[in-house]
Design a protein around this ligand. Structure first.
Ligand SMILES: NCc1[nH]cc(CCC(=O)O)c1CC(=O)O
Length: 315
């Protein structure tokens, strides 16, 4: 099939949230497409779209709730034809997309690890008894409290820059951020240490960028094929099947990481009680093509071990 390429007169419209990280991800996508087809960057328009999640700053996202808080407006703009593709952090994406849209193109995955970020302490082991840590991630909160029940955790929302300012103001002694986000912002130097997945298993799909399009837009599908990374897709298939079976939302502390070694896929998974009183883990391998089944089976076995009410919690 001959691909109809975008031009400066008829640019491909890329939609994204407006945060510095979201913009960096949109520019990475644009630059990869431009390089793949030898096009000038003027053949692409990057359009910033404000979402409900961006506008609500004073409340915890858990109070607001609901799926698609950071995606609804962007997906509507795509369905309305105002944009052609949307660039997302896969970690923030629900396992299912609205009718008419597909999310099956992934860029090569960045560093999957969480970073320990602090102005006062070189490592988590140096954080004194009873200190205050900042995070708005239920997963990180629970993983931290499993190991360090003495610590206090305060809500820490906002983009990377906002969180660093809060550290500076002394709101908390340390926080965690994804290495992937720091690398993409060229801010890796704020990480005091990158935590090995055996210390803190990352979120499902952490470090992966996904590109969504209209299902019937085959021109765009052909463009995206040129920048798609199949290894990332195979890893996410296992991780997202694990998440889907657990029915995970942002309100459930779930971690998972798939890695490939030759033809074998290794999946590590963890579910936690939100207060950090219990953690259940699993670690298995399967042939790559069975990744989704492996994720489902692991999730079902963990749910059986957990029993009813495992995730129940009121902050
Ligand atoms: N939930 C916010 C979010 N979504 C994606 C990233 C980082 C980049 C990534 O994991 O791909 C972050 C910030 C963070 O966790 O530090």
């Amino acid at each position: 099939m001959k691909i109809l390429l975008p031009t400066p007169d008829r640019p491909l419209k890329i939609g994204t949230r407006g945060s510095p990280l979201a913009m960096a991800q949109a520019h990475e996508t644009r630059d990869r497409l431009a390089a793949a087809f030898d096009l000038p960057v003027t053949a692409f328009d990057v359009l910033r779209i404000s979402t409900a999640g961006d506008r609500i700053q004073d409340k915890s996202l858990r109070e607001v709730g609901g799926k698609g808080l950071f995606t609804r407006e962007i997906e509507q703009a795509m369905l309305d034809g105002e944009i052609d593709i949307a660039v997302h952090s896969m970690k923030d994406m629900p396992v299912e997309q609205p009718a008419g849209l597909v999310l099956d193109c992934y860029l090569p995955r960045e560093d999957v690890r969480d970073a320990f970020v602090s102005l006062s302490y070189p490592a988590l082991a140096d954080v004194p008894q009873g200190a205050t840590m900042g995070t708005s991630s239920l997963r990180r909160r629970a993983q931290l409290l499993v190991r360090r029940p003495d610590l206090h955790v305060v809500e820490f929302r906002g983009n990377v820059q906002t969180r660093l300012r809060k550290l500076n103001e002394g709101v908390a002694g340390a926080t965690f951020l994804a290495m992937a986000g720091l690398n993409r912002l060229a801010m890796a130097d704020v990480a005091k240490a990158a935590l090995d997945p055996s210390e803190m298993l990352p979120a499902i799909a952490q470090g992966a960028i996904g590109i969504e399009r209209r299902r019937d837009d085959m021109t765009t599908a052909a463009l995206l094929e040129a920048i798609h990374d199949d290894v990332t897709a195979q890893r996410l298939a296992a991780e997202r099947a694990f998440l889907a079976t657990l029915d995970g939302s942002c309100e459930t502390p779930i971690a998972g990481l798939a890695e490939l070694d030759g033809g074998t896929l290794r999946l590590r998974g963890e579910i936690l009680r939100p207060d950090g009183s219990r953690s259940l883990t699993d670690d298995r391998t399967a042939p790559i093509e069975d990744g989704a089944a492996l994720g489902r089976d692991m999730a079902n076995d963990l749910l059986r071990q957990a029993g009813p009410g495992f995730f129940d919690w009121r902050p």
